[in-house]
Design a protein around this ligand. Structure first.
Ligand code: TMP
Length: 212
């Protein structure tokens, strides 16, 4: 049976990495084979592209940025994600196509059509079975990022207005694709966020068990 594709989305500081790690562990406990990946990345070329995109000493045109994300995604989808799903492995993605709609389409103001076209080329139409959208107030996100103590990368240096547009586009997904995209309140303690994320995923596991 084909594996399931789950993506975890949200602004930086919403706790995506923690949620991905915990969900992967819980799915494995439930007997599911899981592959956890991050975007951009997950392949040798994807990790190199990630370095280019993050480098604070570079400036990139918005369309260049869009196409670099798309290139990393195409490589990941073709060489890792599709083969894994085909062999029945569940794939847990820390960011996927909705990041491009939110950050490049809305944040960088390239528009849905342009961002969607890049996504279509990169994925051939592959969409997640479930997307968890982690939502937390700006103060909570900023606190978590300060706590990490890392210097801001090129993408994190964008202004507040860009992140406001990105967040608004993310939230629009909840009404556009309510079956696929579920909001997860990510403002609480990690255990609480993980519990809510699990609750928003568990039906996939139940459905997979029922269909054998
Ligand atoms: P992260 O791994 O810390 O979430 O960093 C990835 C960065 O890349 C983050 O700032 C969001 C950004 N990003 C986009 O702008 N568009 C995309 O399509 C993806 C996958 C990530």
């Amino acid at each position: 049976m084909r594996g399931r594709l789950i993506s975890v989305e949200g602004l930086d500081g919403t706790g995506k990495t923690t949620v991905c790690a915990a969900l992967a562990a819980r799915l494995e406990d439930a007997g599911v084979r899981v592959l956890r990946l991050r975007e951009p990345g997950g392949t040798a070329v994807g990790e190199q592209i990630r370095g280019l995109l993050a480098d604070p000493s570079r400036t990139l045109e918005p369309r260049t940025e869009l196409l670099l994300f798309a290139a990393a995604r195409a490589e990941l989808v073709d060489t890792v994600v599709r083969p894994a799903l085909d062999e029945g492995t569940w794939v847990l993605l820390d960011r996927f196509v909705d990041s491009t709609l939110a950050y490049q389409g809305a944040g960088r103001e390239l528009g849905d059509d342009t961002a969607g076209a890049a996504n279509a080329i990169a994925t051939g139409g592959l969409l997640p079975d479930r997307t968890l959208l982690l939502l937390a107030p700006a103060a909570v996100r900023a606190g978590r990022m300060d706590h990490r103590g890392e210097a801001a990368d090129r993408l994190e240096q964008a202004g507040e207005a860009m992140f406001a547009r990105t967040e608004a586009r993310y939230e629009q997904l909840l009404t556009e694709a309510p079956e696929r995209v579920r909001a997860v309140d990510a403002s609480g303690e990690p255990d609480d966020v993980v519990r809510l994320a699990w609750d928003a995923t568990a039906d996939l596991l139940e459905a997979a068990a029922t269909s054998g």
